[in-house]
Design a protein around this ligand. Structure first.
Ligand code: C5P
Length: 242
């Protein structure tokens, strides 16, 4: 079941990276008018589980991107996804390097859930290559390929498997857009507003540049959550991209 690429009014997903539910709720309340959704990842999920995600989603009422980057055999990924679908995430993801059968099993699982429950289908994205890895890491795996070529190969595989799009570095957006077309969703972390600290992100673009390169959604965490004034920082980013 193909779903039309959704166009959120606001493409910013804030990465709610904390093990503390109260802190997550307080960030959510401060920024909810300035972001399009919340990205909930392993740090939050490991401490708060599905109940924490449903509390966050029920109280803040923003679309949730469940960034759990599933990576296992097809049957296990399918069963793990079945466990989180009752949370009705707007988007979730799996590692593309888990292979085409695993990705097909992931998309079949979300399709079945949506048909059975007569509900909107969660979008499923494939993570290409983590931005913390580079050519040297690929060589260490025994792969004689440049990271950009590897990312493009994985993006094509994601498309072939029938997923909705990819997570990639802001520097790969244009080549993936050219290869995979306009209907393909591209979401990118590694985004930093002008004059903000890089933290541990190595190659970054501004939110505006990432969107101009063709990204549909951008993920921004610490420049908002670690700011002395998260409301203002998120509002400034929204104004920067308008
Ligand atoms: O705080 P910051 O803006 O760097 O947060 C980026 C978020 O995106 C984090 O939650 C991180 O786990 C996630 N991410 C990333 N690079 C990837 C995939 C996910 O930074 N390749």
């Amino acid at each position: 079941m193909k779903v039309k690429k959704p166009k959120l009014e606001n493409p910013i997903f804030c990465a709610i990276d904390t093990p503390d539910l109260q802190k997550a709720l307080s960030w959510g309340n401060l920024i909810k008018l300035n972001v399009g959704g919340l990205k909930v990842g392993l740090e939050f999920f490991s401490s708060n589980g599905p109940k924490g995600v449903s509390d966050l989603s029920n109280l803040i009422k923003l679309p949730i991107f469940l960034d759990l980057k599933f990576h296992d055999i097809p049957n296990t990924v399918s069963k793990a996804i079945q466990g989180v679908l009752p949370l009705r995430p707007f988007m979730l993801n799996v590692h593309a390097s888990g292979g085409i059968s695993m990705m097909q099993s992931a998309i079949d699982t979300v399709n079945d859930f949506s048909i059975k429950n007569n509900s909107k289908r969660s979008l499923v994205l494939g993570v290409t290559l983590l931005t913390s890895l580079d050519n040297k890491d690929l060589n260490a795996f025994g792969l004689d390929i440049k990271s950009q070529d590897y990312v493009l190969k994985l993006a094509s595989l994601v498309k072939k498997a029938g997923l909705d799009g990819v997570v990639c570095s802001p520097f790969e957006v244009d080549i993936i857009r050219a290869e995979c077309g306009d209907d393909f969703i591209i979401l990118t972390p590694g985004v930093r507003p002008m004059q903000s600290s890089l933290d541990d992100q190595k190659r970054v673009l501004t939110p505006k540049a990432a969107l101009q390169n063709g990204a549909d959604f951008i993920v921004i965490g610490r420049p908002i959550t670690q700011s002395p004034d998260p409301e203002k920082s998120s509002r400034d980013i929204l104004n920067e991209i308008k």
